[in-house]
Write a protein that binds this ligand. Structure first.
Ligand code: PRX
Length: 679
């Protein structure tokens, strides 16, 4: 394979003195070190609760000590934190200068250059490729030099549209090294969605691959980039890495990545960045049609991902950490790349799917790579559960110590199967709740806290430094237990997003203004009698399809572009495997004579093209009208009950303007289900 050939041509060693430009500083030990036996560990004498109390009551002492011991600084910080949740100003480790790539690579190369940093579990079954810290540093430096030579500068945005592969990780780290801001776009997004993100980020540079491979199928990623770039006049250069041997058409903008990298030096001076300089943007869906570019900055994000990685998963030196998320999502950023690499760990890059070539793929990978911590999504667990236990039991899973779940609620059945079949009842399951906005895990059981109770399908306890609050719809804080409310966080933490790119007002309106003084998560939660947290779902118009977050408004915006559509409402409905699916109610314009079935397939095609395949509504129901209040607002909660098959629980309909229409929609829904299921 071209990429491997190129890799073997790279010099194997880099003289150690080439790293001397990364200055380290001797640090006086902060107050917490009094009960921190070694810089890398929390105090054993203190129990979790005691330590948690310190983390939220003595923020500066707690995070200051961790910041000093866990991050390699070029210049020390003078202020641990200066945050105002009301105003939306969050700053951590002020005065500090660092380089994230140095923290993820160079300092580990100093200690153990041949330690494996990445295990690339390629799409091709049974094949993995191991990349040491030294090799990854070399790739990163060559790539950083290539970017600089082609004109990429500190502060520039670089769009990365690649599958999970070492070159993608090197691209992220190369940006971090030279101070560019990466924005990874999930390689399942369409050209239109990619273009929208490139335009919003004003990215002049794109890094991609010729083709991707997924589940044994070739995916024409470069072609998608070509289409996107046509819509983005600001793009000046497209670097193309060779993931397959296939030659793809190259234009004037295109630069063959490996060829250029081969010409470059294996060292690249790391730029000293301020703690609050931007590290990356990551686009995610909200309740309006336009995705938001959430901004994460350098030091706080890096520290938070490293600490959560270590303590939620009880990660120890020598462990193989297997997070199977794609690098295009925040889980891939935080727990495939930044957290594990900052900790000097060995991290698996999983390129394939849970069912390729068969439903034993995950567990065969666990056996072969001897994975110690496995971190995946409930949607995959639910899917694999249906294939039966044999696919799991066939493989040796005795290396596993901890199983993690992320991205959506895990129901009790899936949790129990994960625990008892996959983990043989030996591995704690950590149901981790967090978001793109939070940067890292915020609520989760902590198995490294010995004896801590873990209940099925509950995220359990706040992580260090996280103070969750439940608020009612009038903004009152609910102090009692056995209660549900809007999940908010009452004080800033280092990993939180700082803003929405180019739209701080939207950041404030979305997260800080709904409950002044609190960060509003958009999720509902229940706090049990014992004070444990359980997530109850989104409170806004965001749905979660196979762990992928989608705004229903985003889908409506696309659907409404179809010539026959007068009006639409897209609602999430419970889906056995995907968690949720999209269900579109459509009112057609007069004069259009399109069957419901044909309209459905046209709309599905349109959404796949404009957003991504997974966003396409599974059901499309044509209605004469949508249920509305007398003031003209669509009554989404009525539609929600209908798609949940709970039409008998429609609740108060006094504000509804046309009762007939609800009856018709219920009838239409029944018919559609009958047609789809053939019953
Ligand atoms: O609704 C919550 C759900 O996923 C949302 C965040 O999505 P995203 O930013 O794409 O990040 C996903 C990976 C961290 C949350 O607002 N969610 C995430 N984890 C859980 C969850 N819902 C229930 N339980 C979880 N463990």
């Amino acid at each position: 394979m071209a990429w491997l050939l190129a890799r073997t041509c790279f010099p194997k060693t880099i003289p150690r003195d080439r790293f001397s430009s990364c200055k380290t500083r001797a640090w006086s030990k902060g107050p917490l070190t009094a009960y921190m036996p070694e810089a890398a560990a929390f105090p054993e004498p203190m129990d979790h609760q005691g330590l948690y109390q310190v983390s939220v009551e003595q923020t500066d002492a707690f995070w200051g000590a961790l910041g000093r011991s866990r991050i390699m600084w070029i210049n020390p910080f003078h202020t641990v934190h200066c945050c105002d949740l009301q105003q939306g100003h969050m700053s951590w480790f002020l005065g500090g200068q660092l380089n994230v790539a140095v923290n993820c690579l160079d300092r580990h190369v100093h200690k153990a250059p041949n330690k494996v940093a990445l295990i690339w579990e390629k799409d091709e079954p049974g094949q993995e490729d191991q990349i040491t810290y030294r090799e990854l540093l070399e790739m990163t430096c060559r790539l950083g030099n290539t970017l600089k030579r082609q004109g990429v500068k500190k502060g520039d945005r670089v769009a990365i549209y690649m599958p999970s592969c070492p070159m993608a990780v090197a691209s992220m780290l190369a940006c971090a090294r030279i101070g560019a801001i990466h924005t990874v776009v999930f390689a399942g997004f369409s050209s239109v969605a990619l273009a929208e993100r490139i335009q919003d980020a004003q990215s002049e540079t794109v890094i991609t691959v010729n083709q991707g491979l997924r589940g044994g199928k070739v995916v024409q990623l470069k072609k998608t980039v070509d289409e996107a770039v046509k819509l983005c006049p600001m793009v000046k250069r497209v670097f193309v890495s060779k993931r397959t041997e296939e030659n793809v058409p190259m234009s004037d903008l295109d630069i063959p990545l490996e060829e250029e990298m081969m010409k470059e030096d294996v060292t690249c001076e790391p730029v000293a960045l301020e703690s609050e300089d931007f590290l990356f943007l990551l686009y995610t869906s909200g309740s309006t049609g336009k995705p938001k570019g959430l901004v994460h900055s350098q030091a706080g994000y890096l520290l938070y991902t490293a600490i959560t990685h270590k303590y939620v998963f009880d990660y120890h030196d020598g462990d193989v950490f297997g997070c199977v998320a794609d690098i295009g999502w925040i889980t891939g950023h935080s727990y495939v790349v930044y957290g594990p690499l900052c900790n000097g760990g060995t991290t698996v890059l999983f390129e394939s799917t849970p069912v390729y070539p068969n439903p034993g793929r995950y567990w065969e990978t666990v056996e072969r790579l001897k994975i110690n911590q496995f971190y995946g999504a409930p949607t995959a667990i639910r899917l694999l559960l249906r294939y039966g236990d044999d696919w799991v039991k066939k493989y040796d899973r005795s290396s596993l110590k901890i199983l993690g779940s992320v991205g959506e609620p895990i129901d009790t059945e899936a949790w129990k199967w994960y625990f008892s079949v996959v983990g043989d009842g030996q591995c704690p399951v950590v149901d981790t709740w967090w978001q793109t906005e939070t940067g890292g895990i915020c609520i989760s059981p902590r198995p490294s806290n010995p004896g801590a109770e873990i209940l099925p399908a509950m995220a359990m306890r706040p992580f260090f430094g996280i103070s969750p609050s439940l608020l009612d719809d009038k903004g009152n804080v609910l102090t009692q237990n056995d209660i549900s409310g809007a999940l908010c966080i009452s004080q800033a933490w280092p990993g939180m997003a700082r803003t929405i790119y180019n739209d701080h007002q939207r950041f404030r309106e979305t997260y800080l203004m709904p409950y002044p003084g609190y960060f509003y998560t958009g999720d509902g939660a229940y706090r049990s009698n014992k004070g444990y947290y359980q997530l109850t779902g989104r409170l806004d118009d965001v749905i979660n399809v196979s762990g992928h977050r989608l705004g229903t408004a985003e889908i409506e915006d696309v659907v409404n572009k179809h010539g026959a559509v007068a009006e639409s409402a897209v609602i999430g409905y419970p889906h056995e495997i995907k968690g949720e699916g999209a269900y579109a109610f459509i009112v057609m314009k007069k004069g259009f004579n399109l069957s419901q079935k044909n309209l459905a397939s046209e709309l599905q095609g349109l959404v796949s093209k404009q957003i991504a395949k997974y966003a396409a509504p599974e059901y499309v129901q044509v209605a004469r009208r949508l249920p509305k209040t007398r003031s003209g607002k669509i009554m989404r909660r009525v539609l929600k009950k209908i798609v949940e098959n709970k039409a008998e629980e429609l609740g108060d309909l006094t504000t509804l303007d046309d009762h007939e229409v609800v009856k018709e929609i219920i009838e239409g829904h029944k018919q559609l289900l009958q047609e789809e299921t053939g019953q």
